[in-house]
Structure formats: structure tokens, C-alpha cells
Design a protein around this ligand. Structure first.
Ligand code: 5B6
Length: 528
């Protein structure tokens, strides 16, 4: 290898620089439970208490002993990892187990078919592609129906039928004139041209302000954060972002964006031009608890408004449980706690037990299009290694009548109580405590007008959360991160094995942070 390449930092060096600026560029050499270990100058391991929790992928902790032992047994047994295009009974058992859990939590026995992938964003891409596959089938059926109506109208006009004067008829007549074609055939040519243009429009997706659904080409257009989304706007179908605090906006936006095609009907010797809605919306996607958007819990009222508005236009709902699912909020599905029912569910992160990369998109049977299986695939998806691990994870989650979910509720209550006590003691520093179960957010007041130039500077740069994280790592050996789109909010997503001692350590560290911010001690906060 050339000596130059040997010296260069070649794997995302700029990100490394950003992390280094915040004092977060640690190298971890081991992990277990809620602890990561870095190596000190003397070569000794230094434990770091991890509240980032793999951004939600470590419900069962780092290197969970039961899962690592099981993984070793899979390797020892030489389980075939890549046996694509063969029977995958283990993947099917994962799908069956997921269905059993959904049926329990949703109290409904309608099956969901499973399409496996390798990451959360890929599961979203699968949902978006399948929804488009379903929508394009509906568009084809509509086009066929209109074509049949056109033939009936053509025959009726030949028999002397006349056009009824309607507003839609006037609009179609204007299109005919613009197309410079004569008579009824000219009108039909205008109808065909107009409808072809309208049906060829890209689908429009609906999601919430503050949403995060991934950073791949389609999924990033469903992620609200403009710095993630806008550079790639030209790549994929767009979304409308619904304000989180206005459930009534769902219907308003649907009304604004509704799309129609011309149609014809014949009654006796009268032909009538009408305009009828066609499905322009690909799907409505939402997280029951927004992670990236600052740990915001969607209310039952909002869920109902979305459910009703989507049912009225037969728009599928994709419930993104990639971060909120897998028991993190105290139920397998966070959405089951707010009465939200999805046509699709996406799961990832903790499904792989902190070791395997696996995600799954579940599609409710009435919407499922089996031909999708023949046009979508991925080399590593549905591999038996990941499927075995996912099955083991679900077995652990469901053991002892859902002990893990009870632990998530009990540990989450203990943790949120600690955070609320902190806020009560530092109301000038802590603005809000949010979340559910072990998916919690701690929001700091804005410090952009701090009297400390250092604190003012990092706040105005949107770096307060990262600076606090750097302080916690340096001074307290605790790993924290702000959410990617709400920089003053720290997300806390430890494993269910969180101990009282670890909560107490976090409390002490956060009280120290609050003291530093109250005293406006920029020097200490930034380690300057
Ligand atoms: C609801 C939801 N839907 C799809 C995805 C995409 O999943 P993948 O990351 O597996 O592609 C995520 C994944 N979340 C990623 C994430 C969530 C988060 O809260 C922070 C960070 C993150 C990552 C790196 C640096 C800083 N922050 N990453 C998600 O939370």
C-alpha cells in the first residue's frame, strides 16, 4: 500500500473532525450491557455508561450474553448464511412470531406479510416501493375503467346522445381548444391527454414535521430535516409535512393536494363529463414517538385524525416503529398505546439484538401484492443468520409473559422520574422532559443569549447538545447524544437492564451540567 494512503484518515474524516471538536471522538474497544469501554493512555479499559444505546438498537444491551452465546452456536453449527432463492423457514417463523405479537397488541387477526431488509431506511424504501406498487395497480384499474366509459360515450354520441353542460365539461372543452382538435373526438383526445399527464404525476407522501424516516434516496424525502433532505430533493417523490400541533391540517392538506381525472358517464341520450379523484397519495408515514425530531410523542387525538383522514381516501398508513418499537416504550409497538393501526409497520434496530443488521416491513394482507416479491430483493435480506438472531430476540422479548416490556415500563418510569426531579430543581436550565418508556428526551433551554461567550457560541451554532455530550463524556464518562434535528434535546435510550446505580450516575452528571449552565461557566462546559 502507498505510504500516503497509509497515513490518511479515509473513512469519513470530516465527521471525525466534528466529533473531535465536541470531544466525542472516543475509540471504544469493548462493550457489554449499558457500558462501552475505551482505552486510557495507560492501556487500561475505562468504562463509559452508554445512554445513546446505539440510537435505539440496544434494547437488550451491548453484546447481550444470551444472544452472543446463541450467535456463536449458529456459527459453530455452520448455519447457511447466504442461501438466497431457497426456502427460509426461519424468516417465516420470525414473520409468524411478529404476527402473533401484532394480533395480541392490535386485537385483530388480519395477517401481515413480511419483507425483510438490512436497515431501517431500507425497510422504509420497501414500504414506499410496495405502496407505489399497490397505487400503480389502482391507477391502471382506474384508467381501464375510464377507457371503457369513453367507448360507451363514443357509441352513445354516434347514436345522437348530447353532452350535458357541466363545469367539468367546460374545463375539458378548454383543454380541447388548447389542443386544437375538433368535435367530440377532439374532446376525447383532450381527455386522454389530460388524464395521461395527471396519472403520470409522482405520488405525494404525507408525514409529520419533525419526522425522520431514514437517509436513503426515497426515505430522505420523508425526513423533515432540511439539511438531510433538500440536497437530494430531485431524486425522489416528495412529501407534505403536517404540523404536529394541528391534527385538522391533515384533512386541509389532503384537500389542497387532491388530484382528479376526467371521466364520462352515459345516461339515456346524455353524456356527462365528470372529474373524479385518483390516488395521488402514496402513503402517510409517521413515528408514534418521533426520535430524531426531538423525542415527541404523537397523541391519540392526532393518531385518530390521521387514521380517519387516510381511511376516507384509502391512503395506506406506514407506522415507522424502527426506533419506538421492539418494546422500547413498554409495549412491542408504541403505536398500540395510542390506538394507531397501520397498513404497514417497519421494524429494525433492536430486532437484530445489537448484533445483526435486520429490518422488516410488514404489509397488511388486503394491501399485499404478492408480485412485489418478484421485483424486489437484496443480497443480504432474509439471511438465515439474521433471521435466527431476530427469532431469538423475539423469544427473549416475549418470555415470561412479556417481562421485557414490564421492565421497560418500570425502568422508564424510574428514569423519567429522575429527569423530572432534575427539571424541578433546575427549571431555568431544563425546558422539558418528554418520551415514553425508555425512549426519553431531555430538552435544555436555549442558551443563545448566554452571558458566557463560549456557551452563547455553541448554542448559536446548534452545538449545545453536542457540547453537553462532550462534557458528560469527559467529566463523567457518560455517553449521550442530542437528537439530530433538535439540538438542545438529549435522547436517552438505554437498555432494559438499566440499574438504579446507573440512573444515579446519570443524575449526578446531569446535575453537574445544570450547575455549569446555571453558573454560565463556559470554560468548564467546553473544557476550554
Ligand atoms: C424512526 C426511524 N426511521 C428510520 C430510520 C433509519 O434506520 P437506519 O439508520 O437503520 O437506516 C431510523 C434510524 N434512526 C437513526 C438515528 C436516529 C437518531 O435518533 C439519531 C441518529 C444519529 C446517527 C448518527 C449520529 C447522530 N444521530 N440516527 C429511525 O429512527
Amino acid at each position: 500500500m502507498s505510504p500516503v494512503a497509509n497515513e490518511l484518515e479515509l473513512a469519513e474524516p470530516h465527521l471525525g473532525g466534528v466529533l473531535s471538536a465536541a470531544g466525542l471522538d472516543a475509540e471504544y474497544v469493548r462493550a457489554a450491557g449499558n457500558t462501552l469501554y475505551l482505552r486510557g493512555a495507560d492501556g487500561q479499559e475505562i468504562p463509559v455508561l452508554d445512554f445513546a444505546g446505539g440510537f435505539g438498537s440496544l434494547m437488550l444491551g451491548h453484546n447481550n450474553p444470551e444472544i452472543t452465546a446463541y450467535t456463536k452456536s449458529l456459527l459453530d453449527a455452520q448455519v447457511p448464511v447466504h442461501s438466497q432463492f431457497s426456502r427460509h423457514p426461519c424468516a417465516n417463523r420470525v414473520a409468524q412470531q411478529l404476527n402473533a405479537i401484532l394480533q395480541r397488541e392490535l386485537d385483530d387477526d388480519e395477517p401481515y406479510f413480511a419483507i425483510f431488509a438490512n436497515s431501517g431506511a431500507e425497510a422504509i424504501e420497501v414500504a414506499v416501493k410496495h405502496a407505489e406498487f399497490e397505487r400503480s395497480g389502482r391507477l391502471a384499474a382506474l384508467a381501464e375503467e375510464v377507457a371503457a366509459h369513453v367507448e360507451s360515450a363514443r357509441a352513445a354520441v354516434r347514436e345522437g346522445a348530447a353532452l350535458a353542460p357541466t363545469e367539468a365539461g367546460a374545463r375539458l372543452e378548454a383543454a380541447r381548444r388548447a389542443g386544437d382538435a375538433e368535435g367530440f373526438e377532439g374532446l376525447l383526445a383532450a381527455l386522454a391527454r389530460e388524464n395521461a399527464e395527471r396519472l403520470a404525476r409522482s405520488p405525494l407522501f404525507l408525514t409529520l414535521e419533525g419526522s425522520f424516516h431514514g437517509k436513503l434516496a426515497s426515505s430522505v424525502q420523508l425526513t423533515h430535516n432540511e439539511s438531510f433532505r433538500l440536497p437530494f430533493k430531485a431524486l425522489a417523490a416528495q412529501a407534505r409535512f403536517v404540523p404536529r400541533d394541528r391534527p385538522e391540517a391533515v384533512k386541509e392538506i389532503i384537500e389542497e393536494e387532491r388530484a382528479t381525472v376526467f371521466d364520462l358517464s352515459v345516461e339515456g341520450d346524455t353524456v356527462t363529463v365528470t372529474e373524479r379523484d385518483f390516488p395521488i397519495f402514496g402513503a402517510f408515514l409517521l413515528e408514534p414517538v418521533q426520535g430524531e425530531g426531538g423525542v415527541r410523542v404523537i397523541t391519540e387525538e392526532f393518531a385518530r385524525a390521521i387514521q380517519d383522514a387516510c381511511a376516507a381516501i384509502d391512503c395506506p398508513i406506514v407506522v415507522d416503529e424502527i426506533q419506538s418499537g421492539m418494546g422500547r416504550t413498554g409495549a412491542f409497538l408504541a403505536s398500540s398505546l395510542i390506538g394507531l393501526r397501520g397498513d404497514y409497520y417497519t421494524l429494525a434496530k433492536s430486532l437484530g439484538g445489537g448484533l445483526a443488521k435486520v429490518s422488516v416491513t410488514l404489509v397488511r394482507r388486503p394491501r399485499y401484492r404478492q408480485d412485489f416479491e418478484l421485483v424486489h430483493s437484496s443480497t443480504f435480506a432474509k439471511d438465515s443468520f439474521s433471521s435466527h438472531i431476530a427469532l431469538k430476540v423475539l423469544e427473549i422479548m416475549e418470555a415470561e409473559d412479556g417481562r421485557i416490556y414490564r421492565m421497560a415500563r418500570e425502568r422508564g418510569t424510574k428514569l423519567v422520574t429522575t429527569l423530572e426531579a432534575l427539571r424541578a430543581d433546575f427549571p431555568d436550565v431544563i425546558k422539558d422532559v418528554r418520551g415514553k418508556g425508555l425512549m426519553l428526551g431531555l430538552e435544555f433551554h436555549d442558551q443563545s443569549t448566554s452571558e458566557s461567550p463560549a456557551i452563547q457560541g455553541v448554542s448559536q451554532a446548534g452545538f449545545l447538545g453536542y457540547t453537553v455530550a462532550g462534557f458528560a463524556l469527559r467529566e463523567h464518562r457518560i455517553r449521550l447524544f442530542p437528537t439530530g434535528s433538535a439540538f438542545n434535546t438529549l435522547r436517552l435510550q438505554p437498555s432494559v437492564y438499566l440499574s438504579d446505580e446507573e440512573i444515579a450516575r446519570l443524575d449526578a452528571a446531569l446535575r453537574d451540567v445544570c450547575g455549569v449552565l446555571r453558573e454560565q461557566d463556559g470554560e468548564r462546559l467546553t473544557g476550554g
